[in-house]
Design a protein around this ligand. Structure first.
Ligand SMILES: NC(=O)c1ccc[n+]([C@@H]2O[C@H](COP(=O)([O-])OP(=O)(O)OC[C@H]3O[C@@H](n4cnc5c(N)ncnc54)[C@H](O)[C@@H]3O)[C@@H](O)[C@H]2O)c1
Length: 436
C-alpha cells in the first residue's frame, strides 16, 4: 500500500515512520524544504524517543520518502493524510489556513481516486470543508476524480509517540462511504493484530471525540490543581488525596497529578477551540472555560512559591530544571516554563536554565535573555533557588549534598511534586511543592 502524509511535524513524522515500519510505502511531504532536506539525510527534526533509529531503518529499506513536492508525494497514494498544524486563532478558535492550503494543493494536483484523511485536530465540519475544497479544485480543472474524505484524529502523546502509534488504545475513523471504510480498515490492520481497536463512526463524532478527549484530560489536571491549592491552605497532602481518590475504579489513578499547569501543542489550544466552537453556536461550555482559567493561573504558582521562599526576587539567581512542556520531548509550545521565565525576567531575576533536549528550541525563544547551564548542577551553581519545572528522569534523584554545597541559597521549588519533603528538608533546604 502507498500512502502520503502532508505535514511532517510531531504527528506527521511519527505517523509516517510508524506506517513505514509496518511495511507500508510512505511519502512524507512538507512545505519546509530545510526540514525535508534534513529528513532526507536521515536526521529527525524533533526529539522523540526511538524515532531516529526507526526513521533510518525504514528510509534505508526504501519504504520511507521525503519531499517538498506535493505532486511527487501523492502521485500513487491510496490514502493522503493531512497532518499540518492547527494553531489557535486570535479569537481562541482554530487557524485552519494550513489545512485549507493542504486541501487546495491536493485538489490542484491529484490525478487519481483516493481517500483523504484529516489527522490534524480540527473542529466539527472541517472534514466536510476539506472535501468541498478538493472537489471544487478538481472540478475547476475539468477532471473527474473521486475523493472520499474521512476524519482520523490522532491520539499519540509526545514522549511516547511511537508506542502510542504502534499499539494505540483506539483508532477512531469517521467515514461516510463503504469504500473509504474498507481502505482505512486495510491500512490499520497491521496495528490491530492483537485486538481490534479500530472504531468507525460518523465524521462529526470522530472530529469531536478528539477535542472531548483532550478537554477531559485537561479537566482532570485543572481539577487536581485546584484540590492541591486547597491542600496547601488546609494542611492536607495532595499525594495522599490522589492515592485515596485513584483507587475508586470510576475515577482511576491515571492523570491525577497536580503540578504547575499543563502546556504543549494540544491541550491549551484544543480546550480553547472547544469553547470557541460552542460559543460560535450560542452555547457556553462553563466547565471547559474554567479549566483554561485555572490552568492559566496555575502556571504562575511557581513564582508565588518563589516569593514565599525568597521574598523579593530582583537580582536573585534562579535555576530552572526542565523547560519542555513535558519530559521526553523538545516541544516548547505553551510550556509552563515560558510563563515562569517571562515573569521572572519581568521581576529582574537572573534566570539560568537547563533541559536535556529542549535547549535548542528554548534558545530560539530567549536567546541571550537568560543564561544556559551545561547540566543540572552547573545550572544550580550559585543559585538562590532551584526550580523543577519538567520532571525529566535525570532530575528525580539529585544529590542534595552537592546542591547544598554549590548553591548560594537553599530554596527548592518542586513544580511536579517528585521530591520527598523530609529528605530535602533534612539537608537544610526550604522546600515548596504543590499541595503537599
Ligand atoms: N503534537 C502532538 O502531540 C499532537 C497529538 C495529536 C494531534 N495533534 C494534532 O496534529 C496536527 C499537527 O500537529 P504537530 O504537532 O505535528 O504540528 P507541527 O507544527 O509539528 O507540524 C506541522 C507541519 O506541517 C507543515 N505544513 C504546514 N502547511 C503545510 C502544507 N500545506 N503542506 C505541507 N506541509 C505543511 C509544517 O511545515 C510543519 O512541519 C495538529 O492539528 C495537532 O493538534 C498533535
Amino acid at each position: 500500500m502507498n500512502i502520503a502524509i502532508i505535514g511532517t511535524g510531531y504527528v506527521g513524522l511519527t505517523s509516517g515512520v510508524c506506517f513505514s515500519e509496518m511495511g507500508i510505502d510512505v511519502w512524507c511531504i512538507d512545505v519546509d524544504s530545510t526540514k525535508v532536506e534534513r529528513l532526507k539525510r536521515g536526521q529527525t527534526t524533533i526529539y522523540e524517543p526511538g524515532l531516529q533509529e526507526m526513521l533510518r531503518r525504514n528510509a534505508e529499506a526504501g519504504r520511507l520518502h521525503f519531499t517538498a513536492d506535493i505532486a511527487e508525494g501523492i502521485a500513487n497514494a491510496e490514502v493522503i493524510f493531512i497532518a499540518v498544524g492547527t494553531p489557535s486563532a486570535k479569537d481562541g478558535g482554530v487557524d485552519l489556513s494550513y489545512v485549507v492550503s493542504a486541501a487546495e494543493q491536493i485538489g490542484n494536483t491529484i490525478t487519481h481516486n483516493a481517500v483523504v484523511a484529516t489527522k490534524s485536530t480540527v473542529p466539527v465540519g472541517t472534514s466536510k470543508r476539506v472535501a468541498a475544497i478538493i472537489e471544487e479544485r478538481i472540478k475547476a480543472r475539468g477532471e473527474k476524480i473521486e475523493i472520499d474524505v474521512v476524519s482520523n484524529p490522532e491520539f499519540l502523546k509526545e514522549g511516547a509517540a511511537i508506542k502510542d502509534f504502534m499499539s494505540p488504545d483506539r483508532v477512531v475513523v469517521g467515514v461516510e462511504s463503504e469504500r473509504a471504510k474498507r481502505v482505512m480498515a486495510r491500512l490499520y490492520k497491521p496495528f490491530m493484530f492483537i485486538s481490534d481497536r479500530l472504531m468507525f463512526m460518523d465524521i462529526a463524532s470522530a472530529e469531536l471525540t478528539k477535542y472531548a478527549s483532550n478537554a477531559m484530560l485537561a479537566t482532570r489536571i485543572s481539577f487536581m490543581n485546584e484540590i492541591a491549592n486547597l491542600c496547601d491552605r488546609v494542611g492536607a497532602n495532595i499525594d495522599m488525596v490522589r492515592k485515596g481518590m485513584g483507587t475508586d475504579e470510576r475515577i482511576g489513578s491515571k492523570f491525577l497529578y497536580a503540578g504547575c499547569g499543563y502546556g504543549g501543542s494540544c491541550f491549551p489550544k484544543d480546550v480553547r477551540a472547544l469553547a470557541a466552537t460552542a460559543h460560535s453556536l450560542g452555547l457556553n461550555m462553563e466547565v471547559i472555560e474554567a479549566v483554561e482559567r485555572v490552568n492559566n493561573r496555575q502556571k504562575s504558582i511557581i513564582v508565588t512559591k518563589l516569593h514565599e521562599a525568597l521574598g523579593e526576587l530582583k537580582d536573585r539567581r534562579i535555576a530552572l530544571w526542565g523547560l519542555s512542556f513535558k519530559p521526553e520531548t523538545d516541544d516548547m509550545r505553551e510550556a509552563p516554563s515560558r510563563v515562569v521565565i517571562d515573569a521572572l525576567l519581568a521581576e529582574g531575576v537572573k534566570v539560568v536554565a537547563y533541559d536535556p533536549e529542549a535547549m535548542e528550541a528554548c534558545r530560539g525563544i530567549y536567546g541571550g535573555d537568560i543564561a544556559w547551564g551545561e547540566d543540572m548542577y552547573d545550572t544550580a551553581t550559585d543559585a538562590d533557588a532551584v526550580v523543577l519545572i519538567t520532571e525529566w528522569k535525570q532530575f528525580r534523584m539529585p544529590s542534595w549534598r552537592v546542591l547544598r554545597r554549590i548553591m548560594r541559597g537553599n530554596a527548592i521549588i518542586d513544580g511536579r511534586n517528585i521530591y520527598d519533603r523530609a529528605e530535602v528538608e533534612e539537608q537544610g533546604f526550604v522546600y515548596k511543592a504543590i499541595g503537599k
